[in-house]
Design a protein around this ligand. Sequence first.
Ligand code: XIL
Length: 469
Amino acid sequence: MRIIKIEMGIAFFLVLTLLNCSEDDNKNSPEPSTKLAIPFASIASNVTDDSFQANWVLVPEAENYLVDVSTDSDFSVMLTGYDALIVQDNAVTITGLSPASNYYYRVRAQKGTEITNNSNVITVTTTGVAPEESEDPTFLKVKANALENPFFVGVAVKSNQLTEGSAYDVVLKNEFSSITAEYEMKMDPISTGSGSYNWEAADKIVNYGNDNGINVHGHALVWHNAVPDWLSDFSGTDAEFALEVKKYITDVVTHYAGKVSSWDVVNEAVDDNGNMRNTIFLQKMGPDYIKDCYQWARDAANAAGDTDLLLFYNDYATSTNIPKQDKVFSIVDNLKSNNLIDGVGFQMHNNYLSPTKEQIETDINRAVALGLKVHVSELDIQVNQNNDISYLTEERALAQKEKYKEIVKIYNALPKANKYALTVWGFKDNESWIPYSTDLNHPGNDWPLLYNNKFELKKSHTGFLEGLE
Ligand code: XIL
């Protein structure tokens, strides 16, 4: 400690001596060498739709100024010609700009080799109307939006894909106008106990849709494959069980009222033999449980002021399994006669051979005949359901392309009032739920989607586009 004190004493003495010397020197020199002050940028003037005048306050002794202009507030990229543009005056006109756009400028003063730090940053918005977004017709939603009777092109998403600037984010914003959560809006991830919820992932998905003008379809309030443990282990009475389901539906629909356009209220209530699936809901609540769930969803939406919410029934394999189709439509019929349903979701986990065009049309037309909306809700098209190829062959890729084209054409031919969305179940082949799926008994690898592992467009993507012609 003592040594440090002595050293500090010496340093203090030296500083004093130096200060005295410079005072003496200054007495003799004509120009005092002061440090340049950092310039102060003032607001822009003469703002038009393609230019503005940047202004700042003159700094004594400065020889010139260096002006940066950028479209982003942290100046990561400068406008061409405005990266440290040298200006002698205290103003400069910035030209060649876009209308209704934000620009940022800042200034440094310079004298010889001395350059000050940056000034404060000024934001300017040019006048006029923003140019139209690029309407590239090779993007799915652009082409779908240009149709006589447009519909949403949807994709199943996971919350961790929605990071701004990620490949998913870019493809999503370019190509899709609707999203469905692949699993994070199901009961199991959201419901952590009676009346307690984890909204984190689901909120992220819904906010992403809302913030970016993308439709959000809710999937799914009641599904036998997504029952949380606390509810499957429920030890109360059947009436208490029903109250838990009611509370869940009410709370979730209320939480997302005005933020999601539609919900699959009950998912897959019919088994592959065309009977009511023997789920915990059927066992504890009886066959009227479906109607009750729709009523609770409708009541919650109305109570929250959301009278536009669309309620869907969603199921799979109804085009090929006629007993199942019949049972689904008896449920849908019943809901419709009680004014509790707006649409039917046809999952369409198809393959390159099946179902046929006629089978799909017959199935979908039953919803049309009831005046309901049609959602092709989980489209993917397998090409290796028999495990007879080890890579996506040219022949299979072409067959898949034709099948995508076929279903898009069928969908697009629907009357305006029955159109809602055609949703693809994921982005990249290698992240699809199909390959080796135990749920599906899928025997091997598969390539069911529109983008390959590298996010490149497949022939199936071209098929989708051609279906929109
Ligand atoms: C699947 C998801 O793709 C999987 O990631 C998840 O683990 C299980 O659910 N029918 C449906 C969808 O209604 O919710 C299912 O999604 C696929 C079958």
